[in-house]
Design a protein around this ligand. Structure first.
Ligand SMILES: [Zn+2]
Length: 231
């Protein structure tokens, strides 16, 4: 898979993921995040593809509009911000940093959306660094199971991972989840030090330290996707 750049006549810039296929035609697709994919037979050179895109732009005007809107939606600020199990509204303030209040929610500096997003992600990651890692150490002491190392991850596909060589990594987005969910993930990953599988012995070890297995899993299946509000 390679990337090719294309700028429409409106000045909209795209990075297209190119896939070579055996089919004869050139096919354009856009996913829900606005990522444009193009597939073409190997005989079509990159220069020819660029030419094809330019020549056919008007024909695909609806397509480019849809892709652009999906990309823009992704860079807007979310309506609400998840933090420690609650979703908060936010206000714009005159200050120059993020302020959080348990009742009033967040206040954000009056900056561009992109800058607000960046500040917000940095703030959440900083909270994750202290809260999640501290919870992991807390449970590590109680369970007397010591991972090789602990760190945050920005994986899109898992909440936590435990490997014998690299230790435990927790997804920073868990900072949006309530404490019982954070604790469950910590206990789950620490239990993997003893049982690197999901067998009966593993689950009985997890259950020794939390009664919240089911509620935590339910919370994640209901709200987990929303914790990816910043991508
Ligand atoms: Zn597991």
């Amino acid at each position: 898979m390679s990337l090719i750049k294309y700028t429409t006549s409106h000045g909209w810039q795209f990075e297209l993921k190119l896939r070579r296929t055996a089919q004869k035609n050139i096919i354009l697709r856009v996913d829900h995040l606005g990522q444009v994919r193009i597939s073409a037979p190997p005989s079509v050179t990159l220069a020819k593809l660029q030419h094809w895109l330019t020549v056919n732009e008007a024909k695909f005007s609806h397509f480019w509009q849809q892709a652009w809107q999906a990309q823009q939606a992704r860079v807007d600020m979310p309506q609400k911000i998840w933090f420690r199990g609650q979703s908060y509204t936010y206000a714009i303030s005159q200050g120059d940093k993020i302020v959080w209040h348990p009742l009033k929610g967040f206040s954000l500096p009056n900056l561009s959306t992109a800058q607000q997003r960046e500040l917000m992600v940095n703030w959440l990651r900083m909270q994750a660094q202290s809260v999640l890692i501290e919870r992991l150490h807390h449970w590590s002491r109680i369970m007397q199971l010591e991972p090789k190392a602990v760190a945050l991850s920005q994986a899109k596909t898992f909440w936590g991972v435990c490997r014998s060589r690299t230790g435990i990594r927790l997804n920073w987005r868990l900072i949006g989840a309530p404490d019982h969910v954070i604790d469950y993930i910590c206990i789950h990953e620490l239990s993997h030090i003893q049982h690197p599988n999901h067998g009966a012995a593993f689950w009985s070890l997890v259950a020794r330290y939390t009664t919240e297995i089911k509620p935590a899993k339910m919370w994640l299946s209901q709200y987990g996707q929303q914790l990816f509000q910043f991508g």
